[in-house]
Design a protein around this ligand. Structure first.
Ligand code: NAD
Length: 297
């Protein structure tokens, strides 16, 4: 049986590891949080005592960690995955991290003799649980082909975006665009309401006209038109504003490095920083609507 070490069983990782276990992989789970490991056991994984125990016999190592510093801590150093994994193991980091950090870690993997992919995801906790994530992968074609069976067990759409780091490029560019069109959609619905046009009527018109976009039709920030949207449950996350802010900061850093002009991306980052300062970054990212209305308190 193929053995997979899964590192980081938080909100996203637990659903992903559970789907691997359901696909009859032998999943060895490691997390610094005892609660996360207990959840993984319930989901059909085997608890690893430490990182060495998790990765020592694994054919593939998959990680889902908060940020670049955690990814570096897990992979690099004398007690990291590069030192502990068996020869030929495939390494897949699904965390959302800085493009340059992803490229640096994958370069270090290559130097240590491992194939590694960056494979950040879109689809949120619901997609992780349902096994319908979108994976955006950077790395060699060979590594991508080897990773496919594992990624297919956790996702619905699996893309090879090109060389190392390009998965992160796709992820931050997509989420920068998402942040921008969510804010624009909030502004349009708020203005329409202030001018006397109700949300449902504006939705019916704009969703079939040129203002149509995903934030409107799948995730409408005004309560009513899209029943499943967080706006109908007082903006309880969903995709927390804090996560959007993280991704916008990564986009800003990447834009600075690439000397690319992203004025709207920067402005979106400032607006989500305001949400954070208001103490409501735990709300869904569509709660920018409340910020515009002045009802965040
Ligand atoms: P999370 O904080 O819920 O989970 C991260 C887990 O990693 C925690 O359980 C933590 O204990 C563990 N961890 C941290 N350092 C570790 C270490 N050194 N060794 C072992 N375990 C360690 O985060 P999440 O919401 O699951 O997000 C994970 C990644 O996925 C992030 O990079 C995030 O940006 C990305 N992402 C999240 C979402 C979402 O909706 N939550 C959507 C898309 C992408």
């Amino acid at each position: 049986m193929t053995t997979i070490a899964f590192i980081g069983l938080g909100n996203m990782g637990i659903g992903m590891a559970s789907n691997l276990a359901k696909s009859r992989y032998d999943v060895r789970a490691f997390d610094l949080s005892a609660e996360a490991v207990a959840n993984a056991i319930k989901a059909g994984c085997v608890a690893a005592a430490d990182l060495a125990d998790a990765v020592g016999t694994a054919d593939a190592v998959i990680s889902m960690l908060p940020a670049g510093k955690h990814v570096k801590a897990v992979y690099q150093g004398d007690d990291g995955v590069f030192a502990l994994a068996k020869s030929g193991a495939l390494l897949i980091d699904c965390s959302t991290i800085d493009v340059s950090e992803a490229r640096e870690v994958i370069r270090a993997a290559k130097d240590a003799g491992f194939d590694m992919l960056d494979a950040p995801v879109s689809g949120g906790v619901g997609g992780a649980e349902a096994g319908t994530l979108t994976f955006m992968c950077g790395g060699s074609k060979d590594a991508f082909q080897r990773a496919r069976p594992y990624l297919d067990a956790m996702g619905k759409n699996v893309f090879h975006a090109g060389e190392a780091g390009n998965g992160q490029v796709a992820k931050v560019c997509n989420n920068m665009l998402l942040g921008i069109h969510m804010i624009g959609t909030c502004e349009a619905f708020n203005l329409a309401e202030k001018l006397g046009l109700d949300a449902q009527t504006f939705f019916d018109i704009s969703s079939t006209a040129s203002g149509q976009n995903w934030s409107m039709t799948s995730y409408c920030p005004a309560p009513g038109p899209v029943p499943s949207a967080p706006s109908n449950r007082d903006y309880r996350a969903g995709f927390a504003a804090a996560m959007m802010l993280k991704d916008l900061r990564l986009a800003k850093a990447a834009a600075e490095q690439a000397e690319a002009s992203t004025p709207l991306g920067q402005h979106a980052e400032e607006i989500y920083t305001q949400m954070e300062a208001s103490g409501h970054a735990d709300l869904d990212f569509s709660a920018v609507m409340k910020l515009l209305k002045g009802t965040l308190q």
